[in-house]
Design a binder for this molecule. Structure first.
Ligand SMILES: NC(=O)c1ccc[n+]([C@@H]2O[C@H](COP(=O)([O-])OP(=O)(O)OC[C@H]3O[C@@H](n4cnc5c(N)ncnc54)[C@H](O)[C@@H]3O)[C@@H](O)[C@H]2O)c1
Length: 266
């Protein structure tokens, strides 16, 4: 396989390099990394003997056919200004930047561009990576990128018009669910003598068990509520409490996140 470059060795960049190499989809000699922080690069070189570290982003771009940009959205255009002048238009640019559209990326680089949105849970091979290919991406290039990212979970192609909402769900979602799990565990601990760490174990197990149940049975959330909530029992009080309060809270949270998403590149 031609070499794959990863620019930015932060949370996502390091998680992806680990996923690509640990799964065997890439060998260390097929990966080049560049990042601003020397400490991160030293950690990368120590963790993955044989991996190439590029001195600059432009140096990486000269050596790779696929270039994954894993810097923050605010830094993405600056990275493009460094690398586009040394690219010949055939390299496949893969941007992770939330909120930076294909139009903006293709205005800077007139070649194959894809937007890819992994999730932090990809670190354990779980979760969905969203992909959205630009107009110059051919079938082989699309398959190559989708195959690469399937090393860290499942891959779902999404139209760009839906990418923002899908990102909030699948990629911001782990943090949102973690916050909910923390609140549930906290409420149980405050209402009892259960130590918080034991409440958290119960809440975390609840999350994986519920997901496994829904996935394996194919039943809907509504079906499961019907099975759990014994008529006249305690669950229906809790479900009703959520139904009275949560839709407004969730719509408000999504609206606030979408507003931030729309302004991320500034
Ligand atoms: N964290 C997530 O769960 C997640 C999920 C999907 C998409 N994303 C997207 O991935 C991108 C990276 O997010 P992150 O959470 O890994 O951020 P991060 O801050 O952890 O990592 C960014 C890395 O880029 C490096 N960097 C900054 N400027 C650079 C430059 N000019 N050249 C080279 N390296 C540079 C930094 O030193 C840092 O190591 C963002 O665009 C974000 O929108 C993040």
């Amino acid at each position: 396989m031609d070499r794959v470059g990863v620019i930015g060795y932060g949370h996502m960049g390091s998680m992806l390099v680990k996923g690509f190499l640990a799964s065997g989809v890439l060998a260390p000699g097929e990966v080049v990394v560049a990042s601003r922080s020397r400490g991160n690069l030293d950690a990368c070189a120590a963790a993955w003997p044989g991996i190439a570290i590029a001195a600059t982003n432009a140096d990486l771009a000269r050596r790779c056919r696929t270039i994954v940009i894993a810097v923050r959205p605010q830094e993405t255009m600056g990275v493009l200004r460094e690398i586009v002048p040394v690219m010949d238009g055939s390299e496949h640019l893969v941007s992770l930047a939330a909120g930076i559209g294909l139009h903006d990326l293709e205005e800077m680089y007139a070649g194959p561009v894809s937007r890819v949105v992994p999730t932090a849970t990809s670190a354990v091979g779980e979760g969905t990576t969203l992909v959205c290919h630009g107009q110059w991406v051919g079938t082989d290039e699309a398959l190559m990128v989708e195959n690469l990212f399937s090393a860290v979970g499942s891959v779902m192609p999404v139209g760009e018009e839906d990418l923002a909402a899908a990102t909030l769900l699948s990629s911001c979602g782990p943090a949102l669910l973690a916050a909910i799990i923390g609140e549930l565990a906290g409420a149980a601990a405050r209402a009892s003598s259960l130590p918080p760490d034991r409440a958290l174990v119960l809440a975390t197990d609840l999350l994986t068990a519920t997901a496994a149940y829904l996935r394996e049975t194919g039943r809907t959330p509504e079906d499961l509520i019907g099975e759990v909530a014994t008529r006249g029992g305690v669950t229906e009080v809790g479900v009703q409490g959520f139904r009275d309060r949560l839709p407004g809270v969730f719509d408000g949270v999504f609206a606030a996140m979408l507003e931030r998403y729309g302004g991320l590149r500034k």
